[in-house]
Ligand binder design. Structure first.
Ligand SMILES: [Zn+2]
Length: 574
């Protein structure tokens, strides 16, 4: 038995050393894109490719790190020199969230090969570990066709934006309706990266750039990370891309044509970069331009990854320190911002290389149509709006209490690394809660009717929490995630995403002909109530002439009215 084991181990060692020796002599493993520049790899080709790389290269491992809605695994590729160090940055790269925008998928395949197999690039791994999702939307990439990106210039065929549940995974980072997102959250909070890159292709206006960039909205970051992003990372990345011939512009988010100005994107937590910000990770979404040839889109994305790697290698300590400071800073906050709004009066400017926007008669309708005249390229200053002010803050409690009934929320909190304690015995708790005073609904949106413009009243009351319900101390690493998902009026809270909709419907009511007598009795025996009723009639005389309205008013002031209606069930303890 023992001899057999030794034999197996020696064979493994021989195979391993042969692999290492032969690798440099082996041919470079080419990607489908490198064999045909208008091709993006299929799901099987991608996984196969990384498996082959991992077999011949000790710096790469590939594993199944969770499941996806289509029933196939979510693969994770790890690139590391396997040397543990406190001073290593974890760089997280996500590809194929929108498989119709696949340049990052193909760029990553070459990138991973080159940084591990090229002797002149491997030094990057001295202080960087890379965690890479080769393709996130597995259901989407399997749904391959040539038409869903109507205006895109290649590749010849590609996957679809919706996943197996027809969800846009780049709106799913909080609600996590997809198994993809649930797996993603566990992976993300297991590795806690300092930097994330999520690769895309843009739509919209025509201009000269192949590459545009969305970075985390700087004003949502804590001071240390905001400073690093604005003063160090972005200048480096823009210059580095310019140097390799892929000069970038901020993502062209315009009201009309870009020459009238572009707007910084507010990446709320439903988006990848907004989600990452809740975990104090700075993100970059390279968005290549749909009208540029696929080859240029892949190569510019490749260069962008190299630039990120270069920056990270040179500034690893600052990156690690700024995340540490961010976590520390946030742990000291007594009041936290939960929403932001654009400051229209703070206008910056940037030099933009565009094409003149013009109008001519449409050949489809009798209307005029827009076109960008590629014969009239320009480079001029345009307005750049990228200042966001805090629109809303909340006082941070010491703890939240959440009933176990809300298991879908609890599961998502756990997936995000939130530490929860179970309450040991039934406890009457006095604390602060939110009464939902008003809200609006968005029409059907990503499997939900998202609540927005949520107004709350803070109230204090008693509530029984039962054995097995949960207490969440806010004094923990996931503090920001906890606050921006549990405070109901935060734009991407679990309340906004319909996880608490049971409270929005009244369960009991009254029979008016019976309640008449009861209501008369209530007014007769309670002079304070009677006084308020008269004041209400002064405000709204219809109360006096409309019996149903009058009874409803009195019912809602009475003990008969259910307190749970619009009562957000999470209690705060300050
Ligand atoms: Zn996209």
């Amino acid at each position: 038995m023992k001899a057999k084991l030794i034999l197996i181990i020696s064979i493994c060692l021989i195979i391993y050393s042969c692999k290492v020796e032969n690798k440099s002599m082996e041919e470079k493993l080419l990607t489908p894109f490198e064999l045909n520049e208008n091709t993006t790899a299929s799901y099987d080709e991608i996984i196969n490719y990384y498996q082959q790389l991992a077999q011949r290269n000790k710096f790469i491992t590939i594993e199944e790190a969770g499941t996806t809605d289509v029933g196939k695994p979510l693969h994770l590729v790890k690139i590391s020199n396997q040397k543990h160090s406190e001073n290593k940055v974890t760089l997280f790269i996500n590809n194929g969230i929108h498989p119709g925008e696949p340049c990052g998928i193909d760029a990553s395949m070459m990138f991973v090969r080159d940084i591990t197999e090229s002797d002149s690039l491997r030094f990057f791994l001295e202080n960087i570990d890379i965690i890479l999702i080769p393709v996130y939307n597995v259901g989407g990439i399997l749904n391959r066709g040539s038409y869903s990106r109507a205006n895109q210039n290649g590749p010849q065929s590609y996957g679809f934006r919706g996943n197996a549940k027809n969800l846009d995974l780049n709106r799913d980072f909080i609600k996590a309706d997809s198994k993809n997102a649930q797996s993603f959250q566990k992976i993300f909070t297991k590795y806690n990266p300092q930097i994330m890159v999520d690769t895309h292709t843009s739509n919209g206006a025509d201009y000269q750039y192949t590459m545009t960039l969305i970075a985390t909205q700087k004003d949502k970051l804590t001071p240390s990370q905001k400073r690093l992003l604005e003063e160090s990372m972005l200048p480096f990345l823009y210059k580095s891309m310019e140097d390799v011939g892929y000069g970038m512009t901020p993502y062209v988010n315009a009201n009309g044509t870009p020459d009238t100005g572009i707007y910084g994107f507010l990446d709320s937590p439903r988006y990848s970069s907004g989600f990452a910000a809740l975990h104090h990770c700075v993100s970059f979404m390279p968005e290549t331009h749909m009208l540029k040839p696929f080859k240029d889109r892949v190569l510019s994305t490749y260069q962008f990854m190299m630039s990120i790697l270069d920056y990270t290698h040179q500034h690893a300590e600052e990156i690690i320190d700024s995340q540490r400071e961010a976590i520390e800073y946030y742990s000291q906050l007594e009041e936290a911002p939960i929403d932001w709004k654009l400051n229209q009066s703070l206008v910056d400017s940037l030099v933009f290389k565009g094409y003149e926007a013009k109008y001519k008669k449409s050949e489809v309708s009798s209307d005029l149509r827009l076109y960008y005249d590629r014969n009239e390229a320009f480079a001029r200053d345009i307005p750049y709006y990228n200042a966001y002010d805090v629109a809303q803050t909340v006082r941070i409690p010491k703890a939240y209490y959440i009933p176990q009934a809300y298991d879908a929320v609890i599961e998502r909190l756990k997936n995000n690394g939130v530490q929860l304690e179970r309450i040991e015995k039934d406890t009457q708790m006095r604390g602060s809660y939110s009464y939902i005073s008003s809200y609006e609904d968005l029409p059907a949106y990503e499997g939900h009717y998202l609540h927005r413009k949520i107004m709350i009243d803070q109230k204090v009351s008693e509530k029984v929490f039962y054995a097995g319900d949960y207490k969440i101390n806010t004094n923990q690493r996931a503090r920001r995630f906890i606050i921006e998902t549990l405070e109901p009026n935060a734009p991407d809270s679990y309340f906004a995403w319909n996880f608490f909709d049971g409270i929005l419907m009244q369960k009991e009511y009254f029979s008016d002909y019976v309640f008449e007598d009861l209501a008369a009795g209530l007014l007769a025996e309670n002079t304070e109530l009677k006084q308020r009723y008269h004041e209400a009639i002064m405000q709204n005389p219809e109360l006096d002439t409309n019996a149903a309205m009058a009874l409803d008013w009195i019912y809602k002031q009475s003990v008969y009215f259910e307190p749970s209606y619009k009562q957000y069930p999470i209690w705060r303890k300050f």
